[in-house]
Write a protein that binds this ligand. Structure first.
Ligand SMILES: NC(=O)c1ccc[n+]([C@@H]2O[C@H](COP(=O)([O-])OP(=O)(O)OC[C@H]3O[C@@H](n4cnc5c(N)ncnc54)[C@H](OP(=O)(O)O)[C@@H]3O)[C@@H](O)[C@H]2O)c1
Length: 266
């Protein structure tokens, strides 16, 4: 029995690569896709992959009329929350790849998932090296009380910080609150240059051509620093294996879980 999937954002940079990964997996069957511009066409015709003969719908509501087990959200920060809540209301488990959702959004999503007894696995970054960055940074934060985060992305990325850095900051904030030597309001000069505060961490977001996605955690102790950095290249391939793992595992969860390491075997 294949797991039936609905993929929102199936024609996008990340979603199309994932759709090709799903097509190659024997245990997964895509039954519906969501994207506005190619609505009414078959996904396989758009992506040049004959195994993906599934209809593209303009909205999640239409796509969810096809019964499925797991809904994958890979559209845009503006539409992601409503899509996830719509899927949960239909009793479908959800994997979230889209970035830009806030902790408040996730609190609402968690409540809906628990109400419907379904799992939501939200991963700011499905790439293994990004997952390891977060894990190693958590280990460092237990021993080193001061750190700051840098978020690298392409010039056109609309949300800041990235989903990866949101997840990193949230996870580090649970370990402890980093210590600031000079309180932000006592900054001499331009306060904004000290970055934004997210879950206690100072975050500095760069948006420039030449970067795709990268995240860096810098830890400091007197006379020594530790830098842990993840970089991704220009293809969306690094995100496919992690997303497939999340899809296969999410039905074993109830409520919201953040980060792929929730289902990785360490
Ligand atoms: N978690 C991870 O590892 C990971 C990896 C890569 C990217 N991401 C995140 O995933 C999201 C998508 O990134 P991307 O680079 O693939 O974006 P993209 O290339 O712009 O693709 C977005 C896709 O969503 C569709 N879409 C957008 N808004 C929609 C709406 N309101 N209703 C229905 N369909 C809609 C687009 O088609 P139409 O415009 O035709 O509707 C397209 O298929 C971003 O938030 C990005 O940061 C996460």
């Amino acid at each position: 029995m294949s797991l039936k999937l609905c993929l929102a954002g199936a024609t996008g940079w990340a979603g199309s690569e994932l759709a090709l990964g799903i097509a190659a997996a024997d245990d997964l069957a895509l039954v519906a896709a969501v994207a506005r511009r190619h609505a009414g066409r078959k996904l396989g015709d758009v992506l040049g992959e004959s195994r993906l003969a599934v209809p593209i719908f303009a909205s999640v509501a239409e796509a969810l009329a096809q019964p499925c087990d797991v809904f994958v959200e890979y559209t845009h920060p503006d539409s992601a929350k409503a899509n996830v809540l719509a899927a949960l209301a239909q009793g479908v488990h959800v994997v979230v790849g889209t970035s830009g959702l806030t902790d408040e959004d996730y609190a609402q999503i968690d409540a809906a998932a628990r109400e419907h007894q379904r799992g939501v696995l939200a991963c700011g970054n499905f790439a293994l090296t990004a997952v390891l960055l977060i894990k190693f940074a958590e280990m460092a934060a237990k021993l080193i009380p001061q750190w700051e985060l840098i978020d690298y992305a392409s010039a056109g990325k609309p949300d800041a910080p990235s989903g990866t850095v949101r997840e990193l900051a949230t996870r580090l904030g649970r370990v402890r609150q980093p210590r600031l030597e000079v309180p932000l309001e006592q900054t001499v000069g331009l306060r904004e240059t000290r970055g934004g505060t997210l879950a206690g961490s100072q975050v500095h977001a760069l948006r420039l051509p030449g970067f795709v996605i990268g995240a860096e955690a810098i830890f400091g102790l007197p006379d020594q620093t530790l830098t842990i950095r993840h970089n991704a290249g220009s293809s969306a391939k690094p995100y496919v294996d992690g997303a497939l793992l999340a899809i296969r595992k999410v039905s074993g969860l109830v409520g919201l879980h953040r980060g792929l390491d929730a289902v990785l075997e360490w």
